[in-house]
Design a protein around this ligand. Structure first.
Ligand code: CA
Length: 215
């Protein structure tokens, strides 16, 4: 295992989102990083829509920036072999029939979304996914939170989801941010997605969040 000093050196090269997670002492556990993070620019999509309505979910969801991976990988940070690949989720929930790419997360990879704005409440995060690895593999969702007054980052565990080999919407992932509202200063968070388990691998597309927990 890398030393803390080594991990801090890597942090200085890779940026704040990676830095936050490299310094987490154990997966699934909130942790803090004291290296200098001062400001975070976030993305706010005001055009919410009922994109998961065909599955009985009437909530209004806002799309994450490049949530459909149709514009390269930016602002996502892809590590450990994660990559944008040809092939879209088949339901075209964005409404754009020209969508043609998605995100492959092989074993050992990690992907971070860009920072997105939100209101102080609980959220639902949802995307379209399929399992392309072991049937027992899962996908861990974590939340990267810039801390109050800037400067600190916290990583929260949003739990794990599982999918089959057929494209389907993920479960609605509840992000209990109300409980940590006291430490949030910038009104922006990002998400980290990591396959977990032996030979776990996933493909995801069209990442959205319900910023108002509307249902
Ligand atoms: Ca796509």
């Amino acid at each position: 295992m890398r030393s803390t000093a080594a991990r801090r050196s890597i942090c200085s090269l890779l940026g704040i989102a990676i830095c936050a997670v490299l310094l987490v002492p154990a997966a699934g556990r909130a942790a803090r990083e004291t290296a200098g993070v001062t400001t975070v620019s976030s993305y706010c999509d005001r055009n919410a829509a009922q994109v998961f309505r065909p599955w009985g979910d009437l909530a209004y969801y806002a799309r994450l920036q490049n949530g459909g991976l149709e514009n390269g990988s930016s602002p996502w940070l892809l590590r450990g072999g994660a990559s944008v690949v040809s092939g879209n989720e088949p339901y075209l929930i964005s409404g754009n029939r020209g969508d043609s790419h998605s995100l492959l997360l092989p074993q050992g990879s990690t992907a971070y979304t860009g920072f997105v704005c939100f209101t102080i409440t609980d959220w639902h995060l949802r995307f379209v996914m399929r399992n392309v690895g072991s049937s027992t593999g899962a996908l861990r969702v974590q939340v990267v939170v810039p801390d109050f007054l800037g400067g600190l980052l916290t990583v929260l565990d949003g739990g794990t989801v599982r999918g089959s080999g057929t494209w389907a919407p993920s479960p609605r992932i509840l992000l209990p941010l109300t409980n940590v509202a006291w430490l949030i200063g910038t009104r922006a968070v990002a998400f980290r997605l990591t396959p977990v388990g032996r030979n776990a691998a996933y493909q995801i597309d069209d990442a959205y969040l319900d910023p108002w927990k509307s249902t």
